[in-house]
Design a protein around this ligand. Structure first.
Ligand code: EPS
Length: 391
């Protein structure tokens, strides 16, 4: 059973997003201000739509933390949707027996039956037997990634106690690619944090912004690629003994299930197809009893376990399917040809997706670390970690 487990709830325009995290041992320092910084990082990004101007996501820790430290009890997090104010009638949880005409008009206005190709609408309507695709949109929306970033921030605060940290950056938007990487991870991180497209090169950032402007002007949307890197991990997180314990598989699942992600790569990723064995594998050297490597094509994972090198995961996000340029589709109301539904959306959410992937990866790594170390409180876990670090 996973050590760090969670469930979330909440709709895009509902009252709030909620999470319950189970399995965090007692004695870890958790700050809501740190979570809020991560929430802000998810909201920034050139190409984001009108919703991000309405929201200023902030978390409330509702339980499981006392005087700044975890108690071992489940942790409840909540982010309020400011936009709910404008959706109270449409997203009301109670059935209104005598709705006013105005209420009915508003509900009708927000109902839709023309499926968006690429979104969850069509399959969702059949699976859950909905006539109104609003019911699908509300939970399938990437809005729920806000609460996942909050959970990831808790995971990052746990990892930090052991000196483990990571970052994310954007390496492609549309057909604009990052070709020149700054020399060190520290520089990549610093530069990416300063860029509103999360790209570590200024010129490439400009070109990415232009590509987003062009897509927006054409009523179109853009996808891209991002990379997440976590360092300082102990050797042996994950395992080779069963497929569901392989850490690379767990990381891939965590990133692949982010809305709109279509591919995940680890280390050299798809380039592994053409690299010969002699080029692909990271040779192992030793100097003064320290083991080291000069390359990291494995992306820090061999045999489904961390090998002491940085964990490197790349993800590819498709272009957002909610778009002004209407695609051909069907109307499920009368099963006739139609134009796809459009409502306010982002032109490009790759920078936000990178932050979400960083959170999801932190969750898997925190889970694997807690599983490896065992224990119920910070002091005993820290001792075990120090023992492990001596090896
Ligand atoms: C999002 C909030 C949503 C969308 C976006 C992600 O807000 P609204 O629907 O009110 O504009 O902008 O969701 C999608 C693009 C999608 O396809 O689901 C957020 O908070 O990130």
């Amino acid at each position: 059973m996973n050590k760090f487990r969670f469930l979330t709830s909440g709709e895009s325009h509902g009252k709030c997003l909620t999470a319950i995290i189970e399995g965090v041992p007692a004695g870890f320092r958790i700050k809501s201000s740190v979570i809020n910084e991560d929430l802000a990082r998810r909201q920034i990004g050139y190409g984001r739509g009108g919703r991000m101007k309405i929201e200023k996501d902030t978390v409330e820790i509702k339980s499981g933390v006392r005087f700044g430290k975890t108690t071992g009890a489940p942790i409840c997090l909540e982010i309020k949707n400011k936009d709910y104010e404008n959706w109270q009638e449409v997203m009301n949880v109670e059935k209104q027996d005598y709705p006013t005409e105005e209420t009915l008009r508003r509900i009708e206005e927000k109902s839709f039956t023309t499926v968006r190709p690429g979104h969850a609408d069509y399959a969702g309507s059949i699976k859950y037997n909905f006539n109104d695709l609003r019911n699908v949109l509300e939970r399938s929306s990437a809005r729920k990634t806000a609460i996942e970033v909050a959970i990831g921030s808790v995971a990052k605060q746990i990892l930090k106690e052991f000196g483990i940290s990571g970052f994310s950056h954007v390496i492609q938007i549309g057909n604009v690619k990052l070709d020149f990487y700054p020399k060190t991870y520290t520089l990549i991180k610093e530069k990416a944090e300063q860029s509103d497209v999360r790209c570590a090169d200024e010129l490439t950032s400009d070109r990415m912004r232009n590509a987003i402007d062009e897509a927006a002007a054409a009523g179109d949307t853009l996808g891209g690629k991002f990379e997440v890197i976590f360092g300082n991990l102990p050797i042996g997180l994950g395992s080779y003994v069963h497929w569901d314990r392989a850490l690379d598989g767990r990381l891939a699942q965590a990133v692949m299930s982010i809305p709109a992600v279509k591919a995940v790569e680890i280390g050299a990723g798809t380039d592994a197809a053409y690299l010969k064995g002699s080029q692909m594998h990271d040779e192992v050297f030793i100097s003064k009893k320290t083991v080291y490597r000069n390359t990291n094509n494995a992306g820090g994972l061999e045999g489904g376990m961390t090998n002491g090198e940085a964990v490197i995961v790349k993800g590819t996000m498709k272009a957002i399917p909610t778009m002004r340029k209407a695609l051909a589709t069907i109307d499920i109301n009368n099963m006739t040809p139609a134009s796809a539904h459009f409502e306010r959306s982002d032109t490009c959410a790759v920078p936000a997706c990178a932050v979400v992937a960083e959170a999801r990866i932190a969750i898997i790594l925190a889970d694997a670390l807690l599983e490896k170390l065992g224990g119920d409180n910070f002091e005993e876990i820290k001792k075990r970690f120090e023992e492990l670090a001596k090896k």
